[in-house]
Design a protein around this ligand. Structure first.
Ligand code: HEC
Length: 141
């Protein structure tokens, strides 16, 4: 009996992996968002806060900003290279955004997909391939 159960759930698992909603080239966006939420709590929340609201003129919000909703490559570069002293939608912030280049391509894809689909944002997923491509281009410089 255990054996049937096992192969049934295996088949179901395969079905989920292969067949479920291919949004924006991502097999399972819910999985990206769930993983991204954990990563966000670990790496981002202390500065950008649980609701993505930021902290005054210290850390910017991640709600509907041109970086969060905009060009994927630009957004990925913010994580790979960090950021400081840039104006964000007309505002300045005095803290420094550290580089997260030590995270894997998968982790960066997960956390950015989470950010782009939380806090009232609704933008396309960032795929692992997107991150790999930007990292490769960046390394050439
Ligand atoms: C030490 C505090 C700190 C941490 C930790 C941090 N950030 Fe930031 N982040 C900043 C600051 C400060 C800026 C703005 C830098 C500037 O003004 O140039 C910023 C800018 C950004 C921006 C672009 C501007 C915007 O508001 O849209 C994004 C996107 C972003 N961070 C995402 C993240 C994500 C995702 C993580 C976690 C992986 C993270 N940050 C972790 C402080 C932080």
């Amino acid at each position: 009996m255990g054996k049937e159960r096992c192969s049934l759930s295996f088949l179901f698992g395969m079905f989920c992996l292969l067949a479920v909603g291919q949004k924006d080239g991502v097999a399972n966006i819910e999985e990206y968002v769930a993983q991204g939420k954990v990563l966000y709590a670990e790496h981002c929340l202390s500065c950008h806060q649980e609701d993505g609201g930021g902290a005054g003129n210290m850390n910017p919000p991640l709600i509907q900003t041109s970086y969060v909703l905009g060009d994927r490559a630009t957004l990925i570069k913010v994580l790979l290279n960090g950021m400081s002293q840039e104006e964000i939608d007309g505002e300045s912030y005095y803290n420094v955004m550290p580089s997260f280049s030590y995270l894997t391509d998968t982790d960066i894809a997960h956390v950015l997909t989470y950010v782009r689909n939380s806090f009232g944002n609704n933008a396309s997923a960032i795929t692992v391939e997107d991150v790999a491509e930007v990292r490769k281009e960046d390394d050439k410089r």
